[in-house]
Design a binder for this molecule. Structure first.
Ligand code: NDP
Length: 329
């Protein structure tokens, strides 16, 4: 199989040299394993952290070893009692064309209900992240004013649309281009601004003159600072990610107004979606219905070919995607 291995660890923004395309023999299947021909694979911001040799909630990638991530494909050989040839499965051994996977590490997905790539995005980890962060972590309530950063991305675009579907009084999004702003307005965001056009705090005050109740943070830095300023009494923050900082080589100064959290009695809470899969079934029921009735639109940006996966990943961190970045194999 062709596969992408970690050639070296990046310093700052990853480059081509950090990745290497290799060909490896496909191991013989053992009892309980399946062979999957991958059709689509995911590139996600969290993978940047795994490229560093740093302790985190998920172990680092190893030099000269294939990268990992979600992929969906067809089972072409099976030594499993539970998964048969012809099934479509989602699993974590992406970044390669063929994967040998233990059956208990694969999930059969219904490609009649939604296309395979949807299981990398809205029906996969990013969709659940949006739902968990909004409902469970930020304790969204009907009537809330919600601000989400990274609003044209996989998670952020779902957050805004779900908030509207659940009865937000106003949803504000920020993203990094005029096209993205136009798109999220089409998706039903009430207000949207390009954070590259001016000061984030000023843009947020203009969009939400009476303040916000919930901030869904995908970005960190000046966005978090602006949100802390705009939050009303008892406001809640779902701390989901800080993508503006993943390529930093030096720690950035934090928000300088955190003390406001005291007087406003704010609740800032981080979370890892992997610890909230108990909500996956509940979310899937909603999501399939919302996708079918048009409440929820899940944009995708496609790149083709395993050899282009590293560039797709680099471009994702630079903002080239609208919706989920997907690599077709
Ligand atoms: P996205 O689809 O949102 O892609 C990343 C986006 O980040 C880019 O499109 C770009 O959009 C934006 N970006 C890049 N640099 C900056 C910057 N300096 N300032 C502001 N925005 C920037 O990715 P996902 O939806 O997959 O992930 C969104 C966030 O959610 C990430 O922070 C990720 O780490 C986090 N996450 C957390 C999980 C958890 O369990 N806590 C699980 C999954 C994701 P633009 O053009 O707008 O700049």
């Amino acid at each position: 199989t062709r596969q992408i291995v970690l050639a070296s660890r990046p310093h700052g923004t990853p480059t081509d040299e950090n990745f290497r395309l290799e060909t490896a023999a496909i191991p013989t299947l053992k009892s309980g394993q399946i062979l999957v021909q991958n059709e689509v694979m995911s590139v996600d911001p969290y993978m940047r952290g795994r490229m560093n040799d740093a302790k985190s909630y998920i172990p680092p990638f190893q030099i000269d070893e294939p990268l990992e991530g979600t992929a969906v494909g067809t089972v072409i050989a099976s030594e499993s009692d539970s998964i048969k040839v012809g099934d479509h499965v989602s699993h974590m051994l992406g970044w390669r064309e063929f994967s040998v996977v233990d059956d208990d590490a694969a999930t059969v997905v219904d490609v009649e209900a939604a296309s395979p790539s949807k299981y990398l995005g809205i029906l996969g980890m990013p969709g659940l992240t949006a739902y968990v962060g909004l409902t469970e972590i930020a304790k969204f309530k009907k009537g809330d004013v919600v601000f989400v950063s990274g609003a044209a991305g996989a998670v952020g675009s779902a957050v805004g649309q779900i908030a509207k579907a659940l009865g937000a009084s106003k949803v504000i999004g920020s993203a990094g281009s005029a096209e993205k702003i136009a798109r999220i307005k089409e998706l039903g965001f009430d207000e949207a601004f390009n954070y590259k056009d001016g000061d984030v705090a000023e843009s947020l005050t203009k969009a939400a003159p009476d303040g916000i109740d919930v901030y869904y943070d995908n970005v960190g830095g000046d966005h978090l600072q602006a949100a802390i300023g705009a939050l009303r009494k008892y406001g809640r923050v779902a701390m989901c990610g800080a993508v503006s900082q993943y390529n930093n080589t030096e720690p950035e100064p934090g928000p300088n107004n955190l003390f406001l959290a005291v007087g406003k009695e704010l609740n800032l809470r981080g979370f890892i979606v992997g610890n909230h899969y108990d909500l996956a079934e509940e979310f899937h029921k909603h999501a399939i219905e919302w996708l079918q009735d048009g409440t929820l639109q899940a944009d995708e940006t496609f790149r083709d070919g395993l050899e282009n996966a590293p560039q797709a990943f680099i471009d994702l961190l630079g903002g080239a995607n609208t919706g989920k970045m997907v690599v077709r194999l």
